[in-house]
Design a protein around this ligand. Structure first.
Ligand SMILES: C[S@@+](CC[C@H](N)C(=O)[O-])C[C@H]1O[C@@H](n2cnc3c(N)ncnc32)[C@H](O)[C@@H]1O
Length: 348
């Protein structure tokens, strides 16, 4: 297997070698989502997770939206947070991520001691079964589907049987009363408020929604290296809201903040890749971003002071990205972000 293959599927030895900060030759969303798992594990609020475990009934019906490659399913299994006979529906818009989840999850379930089978009446689903499980479900029926989460929730709200028909002619399990638990990790901040309201309509009265790793406005890299000061009218995607590294003081304040990647010489798991990927996300967003009032100054003084500039200079963004990639390779780059874990209960 080549390094590029590894980067593509995120499962190869190269992808898991700890502390190897080399800049990757290629980037893949699926590898990024896999690399993000350990960062998120550290960032999750344990108190909220405990409360979640106490709130969800035995044998729940769970709907996960924006499920990516399925790391939350893995996490819930690993941590024994669900019990009994679980119905788990996971949807994501991205077909490649859903395909990766189909590859990963049966493998992970086997590693956790589950038998894996495909039900004859629904070969698109998986059943994971384990006898006498002290922690975790005895059976988890998993349906993975490429679909728009909001459209799925909308269809669920109008359904009254135990399955819901989707526009593409497929059906999904959907309890008539609604789901016991709705999960959306690193997802809520991607939606408009009306879309969130539609989503929570898929939860039964008294049921819960769990939205961990909800981005809350600040992403910071350290040590400081300013490339651009975004104007207030600059509407970039959440992951790229802040590019200046500052001292990170603002990002340290407030509930839910974690310091996921310590500035150690070696990053754990595949977190060097995670950081390289983040740098690329920022570089891409800045390269295609709208004009700003003031492009700001680079602290090392290799450009002018930015006064009077009206756009982010492509060369400056490129050099910023090179420095950031080099900092990852040296094990120096740190990433600080403000995220909130939301646990809600639907009245009823
Ligand atoms: C930041 S990723 C998080 C993935 C996963 N929850 C995790 O934490 O690893 C956001 C995911 O939401 C998916 N997504 C975005 N909009 C969506 C929508 N309207 N319906 C379903 N999935 C969506 C993307 O394809 C992506 O996989």
């Amino acid at each position: 297997m080549t390094e590029d293959d590894d980067a593509e599927n995120g499962t190869g030895a190269e992808a898991r070698r700890p502390g190897d900060g080399r800049e990757p030759a290629t980037y893949s969303t699926q590898r990024y989502l896999a690399a993000k798992r350990t960062v998120d594990d550290r960032a999750l609020d344990e108190g909220v997770l405990d409360r979640l475990a106490r709130s969800v009934p035995d044998s729940p019906a769970v709907l996960e939206v924006g499920a990516g490659i399925g790391t939350m399913v893995e996490r819930l299994l690993d941590r024994g947070l669900l019990s009994g006979a679980v119905t788990y529906v996971a949807v994501d818009l991205d077909a490649a991520s859903v395909a990766a989840a189909r590859e990963r999850l049966p493998e992970r379930a086997r590693a956790a001691g589950y038998e894996v089978r495909r039900p004859a009446d629904d070969p698109a689903s998986f059943v994971f079964e384990r006898d006498g499980a002290a922690d975790g479900p005895e059976r988890l029926t998993l349906t993975l589907r490429v679909a728009d989460a909001v459209a799925v929730a909308d269809a669920i709200a109008g359904a009254n049987g135990d399955r819901v028909d989707l526009d593409d002619g497929t059906t999904l399990p959907a309890p008539a009363a609604g789901f016991d638990l709705l999960v959306g990790a690193a997802f809520l901040d991607l939606l408009s408020w009306p879309a969130v309201e539609t989503l929570v309509g898929a939860v039964r009265p008294g049921g819960h929604c769990y939205f961990p790793i909800t981005f809350d406005g600040t992403t910071t890299f350290a040590p400081a290296d300013v490339v651009a000061a975004a104007g207030s009218d600059w509407n970039v995607s959440p992951a790229t809201t802040a590019v200046d590294a500052g001292a990170g003081a603002g990002a340290r304040a407030g509930a839910g903040h974690r310091d996921p990647v310590p500035g150690t010489a070696q990053y754990p798991a595949d977190e060097a890749y995670f950081l390289h990927h983040l740098v690329e996300l920022v570089r891409g967003a800045l390269s295609s971003g709208p004009e700003t009032a003031d492009a700001g100054a680079e602290p090392d003084g290799d450009e002018g002071d930015g006064e009077g500039e009206s756009s982010v200079d492509a060369g400056r963004v490129e050099r910023w990205a090179r420095r950031r990639h080099a900092a990852v390779a040296r094990g120096e780059l740190r990433y600080l972000t403000h995220q909130v874990d939301v646990l809600g209960r639907r009245r009823g």
